[in-house]
Design a binder for this molecule. Structure first.
Ligand code: ADP
Ligand code: MG
Length: 410
């Protein structure tokens, strides 16, 4: 999917117009309702500031958590609206509902440059059903739609996709950046192009492997995923994660890598333990000598060297999924070293996936990575080459119109 012909926030004239902007303020809260990590709100600031500074009347909409039974105080957007106001240094109105009388009255009374937030859009079950009548009600409060929630761009919900049936729709700066960097990496990468896939579930990532085999020069498979492949090659993998029903598929992918002349790398050695525990006794064994009563929980030193060399020679690196159980200090070394190799490389480095992004943060390398994707599931589907509903719904650039500042002629 390409963004070349989709309209972006900078293509639109906003002054005096009501804009509904889908943001991802699905922030983690502690039991007292305090925000424990506001990075998603911080991430949306450039778009919100731009809209306000360009005299739009800004209506923000987001979900938070998974409310299942209509409005519930513990899922209110209030903490997010308060935090946003602090970050912006200007007031943010909070509506008492989503498409109810309070939201509509506040939206109608907005002045240029003012910002309001609707209540949690998932207080209506119609949101996740992508109900057209609900999407139309949302749309009725505004004249333009801006989608800046990459984390939900792979979902066809009313506030992420359905609403674009009723309003001209453009992406905000966050989505624009995601698409520019990841789009270029996939469409026209600087080579060598290395992808690292790890984490826990082969079944979730198998189609990503399939699609990346058409694009990369080197594919590194590690983490819990590696053992299905090592097993397919005839190794014993003991009690390691292994999806026995995927062995044939693993063999097909190994054969495809050979046919495509992709350099496919698997762990040479593994840090194993008898139990999945933070303080489990651990030792390092080659991949063809994993004891029956052990499970692989991290990559060993030879593997770290092999993978680091591949990363060092790369011009583009995409990383999704940690190579070990980095939540346990004893099994965090491989993940730490891979993060470090990315940080020290001169390549364009892209990290997708919630746990991989968390690892990069935890080890202090975040500012040395070109791009950390804000959407785990969305970035995975993007890498798979799937259409994301939150992006395909955006308005195409007008053809034959020289006007660069016009939403009317979309
Ligand atoms: P991401 O969120 O980056 O996409 P995943 O969710 O797919 O990554 O996988 C992350 C999880 O994979 C982590 O919780 C990590 O502990 C686990 N993991 C990594 N290596 C192994 C392994 N060898 N065995 C079991 N779990 C693993
Ligand atoms: Mg994860």
């Amino acid at each position: 999917m390409s963004m070349k012909n989709k309209m972006a926030i900078s293509d639109i004239y906003f002054a005096g117009r009501r804009v509904i902007a889908r943001v991802d303020f699905n922030v983690p809260l502690d039991k007292d309702g305090n925000i424990t990590d506001d990075s998603r709100i911080v991430g949306a600031l450039p778009t919100i500031r731009y809209l306000a500074e360009n005299d739009a009347k800004v209506i923000l909409v987001s979900h938070l958590g998974r409310p299942k039974n209509g409005p519930e105080a513990k899922f209110s957007m209030k903490p997010a609206a308060v935090r946003l106001a602090q970050l912006l240094g200007r007031p943010v109105l909070l509506a008492a509902d989503v498409i109810g009388p309070d939201a509509k009255a506040k939206a109608a009374a907005l002045k240029n440059g003012e910002i309001m937030m609707l209540e949690n859009v998932r207080f209506h079950k119609e949101e996740e059903m992508n109900d057209p009548a609900f999407a139309k009600e949302l749309a009725s409060m505004a004249e333009l739609f801006v989608n800046d929630a990459f984390g939900t761009a792979h979902r066809a919900h009313a506030s992420t996709a359905g609403i674009a049936d009723y309003l001209p729709a453009v992406c905000g700066f966050l989505i624009q950046k995601e698409l520019e960097i990841m789009g270029k990496a996939l469409d026209n990468p600087e080579r060598p192009f290395v992808a690292i896939l790890g984490g826990a579930k082969v079944s979730d990532k198998i189609s990503v492997i399939e699609s990346l085999l058409d694009k990369v020069d080197t594919l590194i498979i590690c983490g819990g995923m590696a053992y299905t492949f090592l097993k397919a090659q005839g190794n014993g993998v003991g009690k390691s994660l292994c999806e026995l029903d995927k062995l044939d598929l693993a063999n097909e992918l190994l054969a495809k890598a050979v046919a495509k002349k992709v350099n496919l790398l698997l762990p040479l050695d593994n840090v194993v333990a008898k139990e999945f525990k933070a303080d489990a006794e651990s030792f390092t064994v080659p991949s063809d000598a994993i004891p029956d009563d052990c499970m692989g929980l991290d990559i060993g030193p030879k593997t770290i060297e092999l993978f680091s060399e591949a990363i060092k020679g790369a011009k583009t690196v995409i990383w999704n999924g940690p190579p070990g159980v980095f939540e346990f200090e004893r099994f965090a070394n491989g993940t730490h070293k891979i993060a470090e190799a990315l940080a020290n490389s001169g390549a364009i480095t892209i990290v997708g996936g919630g746990d991989s992004a968390a690892a990069v943060e935890q080890f202090g390398f975040a500012d040395k990575i070109t791009h950390i994707s804000t959407g785990g599931g969305a970035s995975l589907e993007f890498l798979e080459g799937k259409e994301l509903p939150g992006i395909s719904c955006l308005t195409d650039m007008p053809s034959g119109c020289d006007c660069s500042n016009c939403a009317g002629c979309h």
